[in-house]
Ligand binder design. Structure first.
Ligand SMILES: Nc1nc2c(ncn2[C@@H]2O[C@H](COP(=O)(O)OP(=O)(O)O)[C@@H](O)[C@H]2O)c(=O)[nH]1
Ligand SMILES: [Mg+2]
Length: 246
């Protein structure tokens, strides 16, 4: 079934950034289709100039999965930029993001969406928190320290901002500033904009194919400059506490 631009917009857009994930992406697309079956949704995979067969593998799935869209960067621009491309291209009012390597479980997606839509009007994001992380000990330790330092400095009440599984209102996301790696600071930046955030425990799985794109040292280095940047953004925020039309 061909998608026509006139087809009605879905309620939910599932955005998946992928870089060299040809082994994981097709199975993940099928899992997303199964998890959101019966709901009004689309999925937007954003291929970040992968060097393997990711793009072709996804394109070949479009007849099997009519809800699948594939956007492709011409140059590699990183996970945050890929998420942003997906959100800007999304047609749903609610966006769910998840990692393209299969480590997040798509079955958790609808749960986050339901928590978001059932919440108070100011609630703009429900983030996943990986309860039993299936990563190397070194990655788990680095993540625990990183999350601890960030939470203390930013006071964003988030225990696990590195979790790729999140549901948020598209409208809220597009008001946030953009910088590389912003996807780890969404809770703090949502609060800065005057929104509320909430968190739910989610499943986490081993990476069974492909390779991690990040190293602990690389992450530490950019985290230091990002943290300073976000602290500055927080210090320069002023909030009117609501707007009344009189
Ligand atoms: N679009 C894009 N996605 C990326 C890039 N680097 C990582 N990712 C995706 O971001 C997700 C998390 O990356 P991953 O390497 O699994 O990180 P880890 O789970 O912390 O080891 C996966 O879906 C990757 O495909 C990138 O440069 N561009
Ligand atoms: Mg991963």
């Amino acid at each position: 079934m061909a998608r026509s631009p006139q087809s009605p917009s879905p309620d939910i857009s599932v955005v998946v950034p992928v870089f060299d994930e040809e082994g994981a992406a097709p199975a993940l697309a099928r899992e997303i289709a199964a998890a959101f079956k019966g709901r009004s949704f689309e999925m937007v995979f954003v291929d970040d100039a992968s060097r393997d067969g990711t793009r072709a593998a996804l394109a070949a799935l479009r007849t099997e999965i009519p809800q699948l869209r594939v956007l492709a960067h011409r140059r590699n621009a990183g996970q945050s930029r890929a998420i942003r491309t997906g959100v800007l291209g999304a047609r749903g009012q609610i966006v769910v993001t998840l990692d393209g390597d299969g480590q997040n479980d798509p079955a958790d997606g609808p749960k986050l969406v339901d928590a978001l839509t059932a919440g108070p009007p100011g609630l703009a994001m429900v983030g996943g928190e990986r309860v039993k992380r299936q990563d190397s000990q070194a990655k788990k330790v680095a993540s625990r320290i990183g999350n601890g330092v960030r939470k203390r400095l930013l006071k964003d009440t988030a225990n696990d901002t590195g979790c790729g599984l999140k549901a948020f209102r598209r409208e809220a996301f597009i008001r946030l500033p953009y910088f590389d790696h912003i996807h780890r600071y969404l809770p703090a930046l949502m609060v800065r904009e005057g929104y509320e955030t909430a968190f739910l425990p989610v499943n986490h799985r081993h990476r069974t194919t492909g390779r991690s794109k990040y190293t602990n040292l690389g992450r530490l280095w950019v985290s230091l400059s990002d943290l300073m940047g976000v602290i500055w953004l927080q210090s320069r925020a002023r909030n009117p506490g609501g707007v009344d039309e009189v």
